[in-house]
Design a protein around this ligand. Structure first.
Ligand code: NCD
Length: 305
């Protein structure tokens, strides 16, 4: 049985196949509308979510399956002190596949040891978020046509941003990739990501604290929200929250074919005026999230059209 805990659980070939499948679903949705008949997805969300949970649910419903689950820990027995292990043991008997989001790093790893159905990590604390990365990769392939030789800029909260960690892991496998890391000193990329995915793989990278100085070098600009819920104190959050605001003036410094991504939700790190710029791809990116999750669940469940 296969789970998706870390994006590196999937090979580059498997990711390409999954994007091919997602493209076909996007083009021919009717062909896939019954392929998960009688399958049940459980969405266990111990942390808030809009896109991830709803795109998973929409994905399963569009494949002809059914969904159940909870959207906050307080409405589950976690509030009574139940362990992740026990919850998963039980829900494995109620569903054919489980997507879970948890504030503790590593919780999906515990889950996979207790599951008898595939587990999908829908975000674990400040660690990883592999299905957001699949969405990001599908968007990059649509916009650029390939992954090789791209300069990927990542800006904002590189410390706590789990989407950033998974995207760097995924992109580090393509030849000719470079990273441009833009963050305040306090929110730099953690060493477990930098060492394993950048330094050990001899990938060229540059670090900046100013977005103005860096934006002109990028093919992709991945903006992120400062992760308020991971801060130990509110003062630090308030001091750092507006470190980077991408506006139409800054966009003038970017390449003509720059592709701006953001996993969303945005707070104020991209002004709404940027939405009209054809280089802003974040709403398209959110839309692709449903189709790549359809493809992912088909692969994990071993079903075909
Ligand atoms: C991200 C997350 O949950 O990590 N959101 C998402 O799933 N699209 C990013 C964020 O919350 O900032």
């Amino acid at each position: 049985m296969k789970h998706l805990i870390n994006i590196l659980d999937l090979s580059v070939e498997e990711i390409n196949e999954m994007i091919d499948l997602a493209d076909d679903i996007l083009a021919n949705p009717v062909k896939y509308q019954d392929c998960c008949n009688h399958k049940i997805l459980a969405t266990l969300f111990f942390e808030p979510s809009t896109r991830t949970r709803l795109s998973f649910e929409s994905a399963m419903l569009s494949l002809g399956g059914k969904v159940l689950g909870f959207s906050e820990a307080s409405s589950s027995s976690a509030a009574k002190g139940e362990s992740v292990a026990d919850t998963i043991e039980v829900v494995s008997g109620y569903a054919d596949i489980i997507a879970m989001r948890h504030p503790k790093e590593g919780a999906p790893m515990v889950a996979q040891d207790h599951a008898t159905v595939p587990i999908i990590n829908a975000g674990d604390g400040g660690h990883f978020h592999p299905t957001q990365t699949l969405t990001d990769l599908m968007t990059i392939r649509h916009e650029k046509g390939h992954f090789d030789n791209l300069t990927i800029g990542l800006c904002g909260d590189l410390k706590f941003g789990r989407t950033v960690h998974s995207l760097i892991g995924a992109m580090s496998r393509y030849p000719g990739v470079k990273f441009v890391l833009v963050s305040p000193e306090e929110l730099k990329l953690p060493s477990f990501v930098k060492q394993e995915y950048i330094k050990d793989r001899n990938i060229p990278y540059e670090q900046y604290t100013s977005l103005d100085d860096a934006i002109g070098k990028m093919d992709i600009l991945y903006m992120t929200r400062v992760q308020r819920e991971r801060f130990f104190n509110e003062e630090d959050y308030l001091r750092l929250k507006d470190s980077y605001i991408l506006d139409t003036e800054k966009m003038k410094l970017g390449k003509e074919d720059l592709c701006v991504l953001h996993p969303l939700p945005r707070v104020n790190e991209i002004t709404t005026a940027v939405d009209k710029d054809p280089r802003a791809c974040y709403f398209k990116q959110a839309r692709y999230g449903k189709f790549i999750r359809m493809a992912l669940m088909m692969k994990l469940l071993g079903v075909e059209a």
